[in-house]
Ligand binder design. Structure first.
Ligand code: BGC
Length: 769
């Protein structure tokens, strides 16, 4: 051993020890924590009757139904008997304390309840809908939103949130595309991790941490025809390659719980699917938490055709489901099933143990009232600090889809016609899933503009259109008898005339249009994803004036915007931005912040192109450009989307240099560095999301045309340029082969770097074993 080597060796060994010792310490600590938990839970379970154990598997909702018609009855009585393990649907220290009191003071074993809620994009301070949040491409901000949500939720006595939703969605007809991170499996996994780390922190025992519940396991986003609750059917290889990765990433990130989905997987409802809940989730991925069903999903297995309530409840338990949400199939039938030998005591014990372990991990046995603190509640909920963070996060989520002749940013002077049904509107700022969110506290676009520019800009306001004029559609939007969308007293033509009059008096038109709150989200599938006709008619009348027309677009899904793209001067997609909507929109419209968001779901030209996503497979007759006979295309429309995945403009412009590779031939475990120079060639400082894609043109199976592998978000001053490098290893080349083995195959690869999935620069590399 030469001197240099031995010094290196010693240094390496020391470094290894430095790394290993804390690692060993940490893993020993985890083991001893686990041992403590086992002893505690085992000790408790010895004292529990069979009924009490089954009670722990029962999750009830208190108060109003949220997403189904079934509501639990006799909750207090059941609670006293120990027949309830957790509740959801209530929040606030006063409420949660009152309920926890029943469990802790009035039951035989004083086992605390777990309190859950659909905290999806904020508790009271509402952030952009998840699809918008994902458009930030900023994992730090995404994590921050989850941390704040956790702080507000815990301040209200909650300890369990039904988020993140990590379902890959490639069909914008499906209303729940709004609740996820779009179409890409790798990026979906990154967002899932950031959310889970934000919610759970480093210890779920902390007063500010909640347990995440990853949903909906699995493949819910693959619902046929984009129709809610519909059948899903796909090959195993597609599951593993494209749909399962974000759930797996969530397990790797330490998610405490999972929610099973409503749909079937390989013909068996997910809620009773042993392959999914046990073989994949626990045996292959090593998940250690508990699985709850979706709302009455156990009961719904009856409609799926799997048998009566007793049969499906037994099936679900045996499959690996631990907690039954709302339907009480477990409560009503498991004892009988045990007596008849249809389930075993060990299966009931295992599910009960997992639920008790979750409570243990949350520290509820140490302090069942852990975060129920009025002082924290009044300090934390909707605090100025949280609202400031929300404003910042919202503006980062906006995507500039079009900006002809630098229409945006607007001048802080002159006059604007502010028109559209969403312009002076607070309710629809929040978007879907805001159970505790208060729309009365949100900032309308009109208010936000006034807050920013005061009297410097003259605002000529007109509503201009109803959200929709279609009575039948409106009735469905106003579900559960709510008045979410109403018709204006004025006739439709007069509304449009008002908007045109306002526009005539103004330098520029800002039309705030799109989807209202209940138009996307659960049970909000649409077969037509245009901006509703009522609003489009207003836009058409305005476009005729030939004045600059800026569309501020609210949407819970990609919409078909072919007409708008051809006729508007600028389109700013703001999704549903949350509590600080108006302030954040004003920041961007008037250039205080330069938009940098990029879409995470492809925008089609027409619904006929759906499903449409960037990482599709090639065909044997690949599309080139324009409709050609006997190629894989349509006769009447191009295959290209209107806006591709990863797309989004800026007030400035960026140019990309060639892709430079550190090597063009590599072997095995070597690392490749791919570098590109990005320059800000415009007049504004701006941020750019530099995206790395890899293609694997020859393999043992037909591969996607390209796949996102990494990204970096950079800031550049006007005239500034930066080198952006990505380290690429064989991990980035891996895929699931026909044996479902995750591996890479030697050969040629194309490395692509660019501003979106379509516009990239590329270089080739050969990678041998
Ligand atoms: C939804 C879930 C939600 C649950 C509880 C269901 O209908 O699919 O996402 O967590 O209701 O509200």
């Amino acid at each position: 051993m030469n001197k240099f080597f031995s010094i290196q060796f010693i240094a390496g060994a020391v470094a290894l020890c430095v790394v290993l010792v804390p690692f060993e310490k940490a893993s020993a600590q985890i083991k001893s924590e686990d041992a403590k938990m086992n002893t505690f839970v085992s000790g408790l379970m010895v004292k529990m009757t069979l009924d009490e154990k089954i009670g722990q598997l029962n999750l009830v909702t208190i108060g109003a139904a949220t997403t189904g018609s079934v509501v639990n009855k006799g909750v207090e009585e059941k609670m006293k008997q120990g027949a309830i393990g957790g509740v959801f649907g209530i929040w606030g220290v006063k409420n949660t304390r009152e309920i926890q009191d029943i469990a802790v003071k009035n039951t035989r074993l004083h086992i605390p309840l777990i309190f859950g809620l659909d905290v999806i994009h904020g508790q009271h301070t509402i952030f952009p809908i998840p699809l918008g949040m994902s458009a930030t491409w900023d994992l730090g901000l995404i994590k921050q939103s989850a941390q704040i949500a956790a702080k507000e939720a815990t301040a209200e006595g909650l300890n369990w949130v039904y988020s993140p939703m990590v379902d890959i969605a490639r069909d914008p007809r499906w209303g729940r595309i709004s609740e996820g991170s779009g179409e890409d499996p790798w990026y979906g996994g990154q967002v899932a991790k950031a959310m889970i780390h934000g919610y759970q922190g480093s210890s779920m025992k902390s007063n500010d941490a909640v347990m995440a519940c990853v949903k909906h396991f699995a493949l819910y986003g693959g619902a046929e025809a984009g129709r809610e609750y519909n059948t899903v059917d796909m090959s195993r290889i597609k599951m593993y390659q494209d749909y399962l990765p974000p759930y797996k990433a969530a397990v790797d990130a330490g998610a405490g719980s999972f929610m099973s989905s409503f749909n079937t997987v390989d013909g068996i409802p997910a809620t009773g699917n042993q392959w999914l809940l046990t073989d994949v989730l626990r045996k292959q991925w090593g998940f250690k938490g508990f699985v709850v069903s979706d709302y009455t999903a156990v009961n719904e297995m009856e409609s799926h055709g799997l048998g009566d309530l007793q049969t499906v409840s037994a099936l679900a338990l045996k499959a690996g489901l631990d907690m039954d949400m709302v339907g009480e199939g477990f409560l009503l039938t498991l004892k009988k099933s045990l007596a008849q030998g249809k389930v075993t005591r060990a299966e009931i014990d295992l599910a009960c143990r997992r639920v008790l372990e979750a409570k243990y991990k949350l520290g509820l046995f140490d302090n069942p009232y852990k975060s129920m603190d009025e002082a924290k509640e009044s300090k934390e909920v909707l605090s100025a600090e949280n609202r400031t963070a929300a404003r910042n996060i919202s503006k980062h989520s906006f995507v500039l889809l079009k900006n002809d002749a630098q229409t945006l940013p607007l001048k802080k002077g002159g006059s604007i016609a502010l028109v559209g049904p969403l312009a002076d509107n607070q309710r629809d700022m929040l978007g879907t899933w805001v159970v505790a969110g208060e729309w009365q506290k949100s900032i309308s676009v009109m208010q936000g503009i006034k807050n920013l520019v005061g009297d410097n800009v003259k605002i000529n306001y007109a509503k201009g259109a109803n959200i929709t004029d279609d009575a039948a559609f409106m009735e469905r939007l106003n579900y559960f008898g709510q008045q979410l969308v109403t018709l204006d007293k004025k006739p439709v033509d007069e509304l449009i005339e008002d908007a045109v009059d306002a526009a005539k008096k103004s330098d520029v038109i800002v039309a705030v249009v799109g989807e209202s709150q209940s138009m996307s989200g659960e049970s909000s599938s649409r077969s037509d994803i245009d901006i509703p006709e009522s609003q489009k008619n207003m836009l058409k009348a305005l476009a005729k004036l030939g004045k600059p027309l800026v569309i501020v677009l609210f949407n819970g899904r990609p919409l078909t915007l072919t007409w708008e793209d051809a006729h508007a001067s600028a389109i700013l997609d703001v999704w549903a931005p949350g509590t600080e909507a108006g302030n954040a929109i004003a920041d961007v419209l008037f250039g205080d912040y330069n938009p940098a968001g990029k879409i995470t779901a492809t925008f089609p030209r027409s619904v006929g192109q759906i499903p449409i996503y960037y990482n599709h497979k090639n065909t044997g007759r690949p599309y080139t450009s324009g409709p050609t006979k006997f190629k894989s295309n349509y006769l009447d429309i191009s295959n290209d989307p209107l806006y591709p995945f990863g797309y989004g403009l800026s007030y400035t412009t960026f140019s990309y240099g060639d892709v430079k590779l550190s090597k063009t031939k590599l072997k095995g475990n070597e690392t490749l560095t791919a570098t590109v120079t990005v320059s800000n060639t415009g007049k504004y400082a701006g941020e750019e999301v530099v995206q790395l894609y890899i293609s694997d043109p020859v393999a043992s199976i037909s591969r996607s045309v390209k796949e996102l592998k990494n990204f970096k978000k950079i800031s550049l001053q006007p005239g500034e340029q930066k080198e952006v490098s990505f380290a690429i290893t064989t991990e980035d080349l891996k895929f699931y082969n026909t044996q479902l083995k995750y591996d890479w195959e030697p050969g040629g690869f194309i490395v692509q770097i660019g501003t979106n999935s379509r516009d990239t620069h590329q270089a080739s590399v050969w990678w041998g074993k």
